[in-house]
Design a protein around this ligand. Sequence first.
Ligand code: TRP
Ligand code: ZN
Length: 847
Amino acid sequence: MRDASPQTIYLEDYTPFGYTVQEVHLTFDLAPSATRVTSRIRFAPNPQATDKTFFLHGENLSLISAKIDGEPVTPTLSEDGLTCDVPNMPFVWEAEVQIDPAANTALEGLYLSNGMYCTQCEAEGFRKITYYPDRPDVMSTFTVRINGPHATLLSNGNPVASGEGWAEWHDPWPKPAYLFALVAGELIAHRDTFTTMEGRKVDLALYVRPGDEGKCAFGMQALKDSMKWDEDVYGRAYDLDVFNIVAVDDFNMGAMENKGLNIFNASAVLASPETSTDTNFERIEAIIAHEYFHNWTGNRITCRDWFQLCLKEGLTVFRDSQFTADMRSEPVKRISDVIDLRGRQFPEDQGPLAHPVRPESFQEINNFYTATVYEKGAEVIRMLKTLVGDAAYAKALDLYFDRHDGQACTIEDWLAVFAEATGRDLAQFKRWYSQAGTPRVAVSDSFENGTYALNFTQSTPPSATTADPQPQVIPMAVGLIGPNGDEVMPTQVLELTQTSQTFSFPGLAAKPVPSILRGFSAPIVLDHTPDHAFLLAHDTDPFNRWEAARNLARASLMATIVKGAAPDQAWLSGIEKVLLDDSLDPAYRALMAGLPGQSELAAEMHRSGHTPDPDAIWVAVNALKQALSDRMRDGLSALYAAQQVSAPYAPDATQSGMRALGNTVLSLITRQDGGDQAQVQYDTADNMTQQLSALANLIRAGRGDAALAQFEAQWKDDRLVMDKWFGLQVIEAKPDDAADTAKALTRHAAFNWKNPNRFRATLGALAGHHAGFHAKDGSGYTMLADWLITLDPVNPQTTARMCSAFQTWRRYDAIRQSMIGKELDRIAATPNLSRDTTEMITRIREA
Ligand code: TRP
Ligand code: ZN
């Protein structure tokens, strides 16, 4: 079905479509295997376009009839669309097509999820619904009539009219087709209202399947908080009479910002204390905010083409991170974001899948919804704000909304607004959008005659898409600490623009200790070994204090792995102090005790000229945790007891911080008592955060069987909780058992591999288990490859995403590389492999 030799699309080839769309009318006659879609579209020649080819995208459609201005026409059909002769003046296109939602397992276009109709059109799914110029720069109003025997019939915009078996919707805001949505089913609405600062009363509803009514309240509150926040902080109000959210069980990603009708993976919206962890609550709050914020950054102002994806995603991730920082704790959010960036974006940026925040070519756009576009894209905006300052950022954003409302824009438009609002030349800054790779900055210093000098040297390794990286503009937030521990210079932002640059700080009594890259002011790797223990004790910047602990831990682990050194006493004593310091936020203390990821350690070994040994990494990490547990043995019970919350459960920052610290301490206790305390916590937990963490400890202590059986019996009817049950067993497996554990789970009656959440819970967990995935016998590689090959024809998008598990393969020893190479070859040789997976495997293999 797919093209045998996939085509590459280039940014530089952009041309506007030959026609504008004035109005779209759609009628859906719903039937599971034979849905009829009738379209009536008013086109007009686009004066801005020279190429007047009338090509409409369309995939997997059966064309029943086509008319122009009421006269039947016979278009020329191809695999990916149709062409037709059209008049050189405004005309009305009408088409009737038939589609098969029941057979749509790819979850793109119109599909059925547990009997409920839903859509996913971003990026190029609308072409599986009807023939259309399916590109984001073609914008139109939509009127939609849905005929179907369902209690709930939803589409974008405002409800116009409805009756028994039908409903009509109108979206007055011109939008690209990727924001189209339709939902039909027997759903229950959880309702509320919000009155905007402009006085518009908006009816809010969260639609769920019967049985999930009890999991709506938190998401609804998060929505109202988001609406208020966007008014307060960005001056942006909502613009329709209704805002609907629908939860669906089968969804490829987290959620989708369709205009007025957001569709969510059930895991990204449904929450209750009994079934969701604190981490789930925080993620749900952030995703609801993210999708809501897209209404302005994405929908009102959209992307000219898919190369500009970071225009909406980078900005919207940045906005949702600001929201979470405001709702909860700024340093905790910053640290969590950096952990995520290092865990997901750095490996991408430093491996064969490296691409610029704004890519310049792709084969399958679905493969570019990446950590680089999203998270590095957000970091770039954060840097821009740091460089121009808060007031200028606000001014630039006002200008952006003012000037570009209703348009489909580019990164050039975005930067022009900043250049104009601030008078800055952003030509060099733009490299953050065009160059791939993580810059490394080396630091050296000197002290002479009361003047302290800091020298920075930056370099970015070449990558698949960026052969010769040039120096970046790097905002470097720096503070100086005196030898007695007092801060002698508060944070200053230095602006690096050259390969090598020196900054001087006169008038100092003694040589200070520098605190560099405060708040992680740029997405770079810092090569610098100051006195980490000193900074851990004295840094006033909460991020860098955490970073000092991380650096100490990393150094300790590396010394253990490479030289068999004992755990570092400075880390042990520093962390003990922090954990026992009741003046610090418990959430922050829990983060301080965390260790670098095992994959990150493997990268560090590779970079420093060692071949990573996943088993040795696993052993070293466990030894360090054991050493902390041994050292703190006598104080653990009291510390644990102090984190127990007596108030009724609330997923707020205060309580979840206490539970996070409590569970960190529980894991240390389990290393002493073999799981006795964990068993008590398991038996008495009244919330999922504590139940799940207790279960993890019991598995780790080798006595999880009874609790696992109890958990399964308790939660067998709750899909989202059962995803945790599947995932946790793999996550907590010993390295040698990880692949076998995953394999056994895939034989469980409840392993529905066509459901992306269940597939990811099981196979994604295996891919994320560093020592388990890289088990010496290759069992992890084979297991994952088998399942990728199985899933590909059913759901290419989810398959392709998970191929990234192999992106780091060149770091490992020759035997592992050869085993992985064989699996990559085997996947590549699979007949009819999807375009999505073909592109990913090709890029990974070319490393
Ligand atoms: N635009 C969505 C977001 O970031 C992402 C998304 C949801 C998506 N579903 C998708 C992207 C399917 C590609 C394919 O909020
Ligand atoms: Zn988004």
